[in-house]
Design a protein around this ligand. Structure first.
Ligand code: CA2
Length: 151
């Protein structure tokens, strides 16, 4: 059974505590439970993580590249939070590992402030998901499962 690695970046540990109009009222633990159910329904295992530190996310992407090369990983779903709009290091890590990655945002970043419109992740992502609320995590897992099947 292949694994899906779901990586969450800075401040996503605060999900459900503030800004419910933008991000909804579910917590990151609720999102993890949703991902567990969706992975199980698609015959996949789940590895779900969150970090506020850019370097830790880079290290996890390197680990993902090794696991994918070994045939153990279906791919990565990355909500890089605000690092989406700033991080050349994450761009380089995704490009350098060649990992299959879906960029995910809970909100529709293109309908928000101008500074959220640019992403360093999109050019190196297989696909981009934004604006479906936390249900986007389930949709991204289903998409990754289909990609893995057609390989
Ligand atoms: O829409 C998304 O998923 C974002 O990646 C969320 C990031 C934001 O910087 C991106 O532009 C879009 C922010 C995550 C912080 O989430 C919080 C949730 C509740 C309370 C405070 C922060």
């Amino acid at each position: 059974m292949k694994t899906v690695l779901v990586l969450n970046g800075p401040n996503l540990n605060l999900l459900g505590t503030r800004e419910p109009a933008v991000y909804g009222s579910q917590t990151l633990a609720d999102v993890q439970a949703l991902c567990e159910r969706t992975c199980a329904a698609n015959g996949l295992a789940l590895d779900f993580r969150q970090s506020n530190h850019e370097g830790e996310l880079v290290d996890w992407l390197h680990e993902a590249g090794r696991l994918q090369a070994a045939g153990q990983l279906a791919g990565v779903i990355l909500n890089a939070g605000a690092f989406t709009h700033t991080s050349i290091a994450l761009h380089d890590a995704i490009k350098g590992t060649g990992v299959t990655l879906i960029e995910l945002h809970i909100s529709n970043v293109h309908a928000r402030e101008e500074f959220r419109h640019h992403s360093f992740i999109s050019p190196v992502a297989k696909a981009v998901m934004a604006g479906f609320g936390v249900n986007g995590y389930a949709l991204a897992i289903a998409g990754l499962a289909q990609l893995a099947e057609t390989k």
